[in-house]
Design a protein around this ligand. Sequence first.
Ligand code: NAD
Ligand code: MG
Length: 416
Amino acid sequence: MHMAVTASVPNNEVKAASPVEIEWPHASRPCRLTVLGATGSVGTSTLDLVARAPERFEVVALTAQSNAPALAALARLHRAKLAVIGDEKYLPQLRDELAGTGIRTAGGADALVEAALMPADCVMAAIVGAAGLRPTFAAASCGKRVALANKECLVSAGHVFTAEIKRSGAELLPVDSEHSAAFQALTGAEPGSIEKIVLTASGGPFRTWTREALENATPEQALKHPNWSMGAKITIDSATLMNKGLELIEAFHLFPVSVDALDCVVHPQSVVHCLVSYVDGSVLAQLAAPDMRTPIAVALAWPGRMSAPTERLDLARLGSLTFEAPDETRFPALRVARAALRRGDTAPAVLNAANEIGVQAFLNRRIKFLEIAKLVEETLDAAERQGAISAAQCLDDILSIDERARRLAEDALNRY
Ligand code: NAD
Ligand code: MG
C-alpha cells in the first residue's frame, strides 16, 4: 500500500491547474485543523505556521499529554473548540486554565480519540511513540487528510494503518522531512520507474565517535543534536541511528518500492533530505534548511504551497555538501531495524516497542547508550523464539504485540 504516491499525488490535476488554482486546497474556506501532540516540537512548529496565516486555518482540537498550561495557552491563542489532556490527573488544571473561554475540555485516552474524530479537514498526527496509534488510526478512519509525523504508527502498524487509509479514502501526507522530500521528488513518478530512494541521515552528535567513546555516551551528550531541534525521543533515536531504521520502515509503507530499493546515506549538513533515483539515471533531491516548518507546510498546503519563515539556503555560503556511508558496526540499530523490516509481520512493532523502552531506560540512566540497540535485538530474538511474531490483522493485534514486546524488553532490562 503506497499512499503518499498513489493516493495523494494528483499529478494530472497539478499539471493542469493554473498556479492560482493550486495555491491552496481549501481556498474557499479555512482549513479546519486538529493537532494531536500540540505542545511538542512538531505540534508547536505546526501552530507557529498557523499563527502566521490565521486566515487559512480554523483550529478544531488540540491535545497534549500532561502540560496543561502550555495546552491551555495554545488553545486560547488559536481559539480551539476542544482541548484534550491525555493524563486525566491534569484535567482539573486544564479546566481552571480555560474557565470562561468557551473552549471545551476533556481528559484521558478516549478523549484523545474523540479529538481525532472531530470534523476537520486535516489532522496533524504529532504524538510521539506508539501512544499515538489509537488517535492516529481514528483520524485515518474518517477519511480526512492525515499529516503524519508520528512515524512509530507506520513502523508498528504499517500494513494495518495503510489498509485503514485506503478503506476510508483518507489522504496520507508524510511530515517526516526525508519522506516529505521523497514525496515531493516522486511527484509524477510511475512506480516502475523508481530505482532507489535514499534517505539522508545527519549522523547525529556521535557521527565521528569511536565505539569505545560511545560506550560511555551520556543522555546529555546524546540530546545535543547538531542540526535539528526535536523532542527527546527522536533526538536519542537520531544519536543511535534507530531513527533512520524507523524511517526506512516508514518509507517502505509510504512508497511503491521494495526493501532493496531503500537505502540511507550520512549527510552531516542535513540540507539534502532525500534522493530519488529513476531508471533513466536521473536523481531528484529535495533541499531545504533543517527546519520542520518546511515539511509541515508541505503537508498542510499540498498540492499548493504556503510560506514558511525558515532560513533560505545559500549554497555558495555553505560551500560543500558531504556524504558518507553509515557505519553499522558503531550504529547497529540500523542493521537491527533493517532485519526487522525484512522479517516482516509484527517484527517492526516489536522493534518499535523495545526501542521506546530502551530510549526511556537510557534517559533514566538504567542502561548505557550501546545497550539500546542490544535490548531491541534481544527483544526481537525473544519474541521470535516465543512465536510472538505473526501477521497482524487489526489495530488490536498491534496493540497486543506492542504490550507483549514491552514486557519482554522490561524482563531483559532487569538482567542488565
Ligand atoms: P515531542 O516529545 O516534542 O512532543 C510529543 C507530543 O506528544 C507532546 O505534545 C506530548 O504532550 C504528546 N504526548 C507525549 N506522550 C503522549 C502520550 N502518551 N499520549 C498522548 N500524547 C502524548 O515529540 P516531537 O519531537 O514533536 O515528535 C512527535 C512525532 O513526530 C514523533 O513520532 C517523532 O518521531 C516525529 N517527528 C518529529 C520530528 C521533529 O523534528 N521533532 C521530525 C520528524 C518526525
Ligand atoms: Mg526524519
